[in-house]
Design a protein around this ligand. Structure first.
Ligand SMILES: [Zn+2]
Length: 476
């Protein structure tokens, strides 16, 4: 099996493909951290009668309408692109979702490669992924699709030496090496909702005999633990510990009691009910009421670079709202405490900042719950607000967020501080020009230009009679 080789694959088909499919839309290869939605063409925004949009009826300027439309178009475009998808199974276990783009199947390289014990290394300088296993190595050009790296099926099969791939009924089965038998969940199984601290973790928990079984991966993700599926050996691990699991519909399930032996959950409560809380309407907030109150919101990562921002807000006695990415909170817990102790609102911006369209629904729950729990661990409070990375959302995500107790908060005014060439004067002008009653202004946590622009923005806005409030005071 082991061969000495060093291949450099230039995936011409992908490069050419982007040119053909997306033409001028080269911004399709979005930057991971940029909160800029993709704008498609000639696409209508989907209407969902269950979705209530707060604030859209009091838009008062061109920018607000434009902002709303571009978010809507980006979401519709993503939905359209992703509608033809495949559940990908690796040695019988569900691992991820792949997509059909105009006849070419693209698969996420990380989840599949890691399952087969390849090391998957992102090389930023080359904008490529290096895959390594033993003395085999390859460099692969990837397409960054909504924050994840994808490779065409043919290329993936080549670089990972995949032997057998079958496509049928919306499923892709990759069979590699000796396939281990899993114990299957059989008998009287009944789907129900499972909650962590009253936040819904899944709608597909099961009771077998008297034991509760839940998806092992989402439980691990919810507590910020590292879940791995070793497809070659046919078992899963959490933080390196092997976990007993059975397979139900291709998904590894573990006994709650067993998971509690591996993850310390002493401070948390679990519940299980057959009803769920379906049917309630979901809300997404774009703007506050028509009053002279506005909110500054700051997205993404936190670290020591946030301190100058806090100082500016303090100096002007302004309460901000921080939508924070969860995965680096632990190592920056002092900063989190600093933001909270200085009186700002702490909100959820998911664990990994992936486009929520491109991950399975249960994994999206894990993205939200893990961020809730890490904030709860350090501050003793649970956020009430969530902002989808890049502004990508659909009705399913709104419902999932609601079931976790989160209100989805968008923005009506984009300060444009995410563009790398954004100068303080541009940000100031952009904000002041488009300010109106109830504005929710999106900014970012670690940008010098933003920090430099803020004193002028705050001063001028106050001269116009606006009051800066936290998102909790803005939204009724
Ligand atoms: Zn963001």
């Amino acid at each position: 099996m082991k061969r000495h080789r060093m291949i450099l694959i230039i995936v011409l088909i992908v490069l050419v493909g982007i040119g053909i499919y997306y033409g001028a839309r080269v911004h399709f290869k979005e930057k991971l951290e940029a909160d800029k939605p993709i704008v498609g063409e000639d696409i209508q925004e989907p209407q969902d009668p269950e979705e209530i949009r707060i604030g859209v009826d009091n838009y008062s300027n061109w920018h607000e309408v434009q902002n709303h439309n571009s978010i809507g178009e980006a979401n519709a475009y993503a939905e359209k692109r992703l509608e033809k998808s495949y559940n990908v199974y690796l040695n019988r276990v569900f691992v991820d979702i792949g997509y059909d783009w105009d006849g070419i199947v693209f698969l996420p390289i990380r989840s599949i490669g890691e399952g087969l014990n390849w090391r998957i290394i992102w090389i930023p300088d080359k904008q490529m992924i290096q895959v390594v296993k033993g003395d085999e190595e390859a460099f692969v050009d990837v397409v960054n699709f909504f924050g994840k790296a994808y490779v065409s099926l043919d290329i993936l099969a080549h670089v990972l030496n995949l032997d057998s791939i079958a496509i049928e009924d919306g499923k892709i089965h990759i069979s590699e090496g000796d396939i281990k038998e899993w114990q299957q969940g059989i008998g009287e199984i009944k789907g129900s909702s499972f909650y962590i601290d009253d936040m819904k973790m899944t709608d597909a928990a099961y009771k077998l005999d008297e034991d509760i079984y839940i998806p092992s991966k989402i439980f691990a993700m919810s507590f910020g633990r590292i879940y791995r599926y070793n497809a070659e050996e046919g078992f899963i691990t959490i933080d390196g510990n092997r976990v007993e699991a059975i397979l139900i519909d291709g998904i590894p399930y573990s006994q709650l009691a067993h998971l509690e032996e591996i993850i310390d959950t002493a401070d948390h409560s679990f519940s299980y009910d057959a009803m769920g809380n379906k049917g309630k309407k979901v809300e997404v907030v774009y703007k506050g009421p028509d009053k002279k109150r506005i909110a500054l919101t700051f997205d993404d990562y936190i670290d020591a670079e946030v301190l100058p921002l806090l100082d500016v807000l303090d100096a002007h006695d302004v309460k901000g709202s921080f939508f924070i990415i969860g995965n680096t909170i632990d190592v920056n817990k002092d900063i989190l405490e600093e933001i909270y102790n200085r009186g700002h609102i702490i909100a959820n911006h998911t664990w990994d900042h992936l486009n929520n369209h491109s991950i399975p629904e249960d994994e999206f729950r894990g993205q939200l719950i893990s961020t809730q729990l890490v904030i709860k661990k350090h501050l003793g409070i649970v956020p009430k607000y969530y902002r989808p990375p890049g502004g990508y959302y659909n009705s399913k995500m709104l419902k999932i967020a609601r079931d976790i107790g989160l209100k989805t908060v968008m923005w009506s005014l984009n300060s444009n501080d995410a563009s790398f060439d954004s100068k303080p004067a541009h940000i100031t002008e952009q904000v002041l020009k488009n300010l109106s009653n109830g504005s929710i202004i999106v900014m970012h946590t670690k940008r010098k230009s933003t920090i430099e622009a803020l004193p002028e923005i705050i001063k001028k806005a106050r001269q116009q009679g606006y009051e800066f409030v936290g998102i909790d005071a803005l939204i009724p």
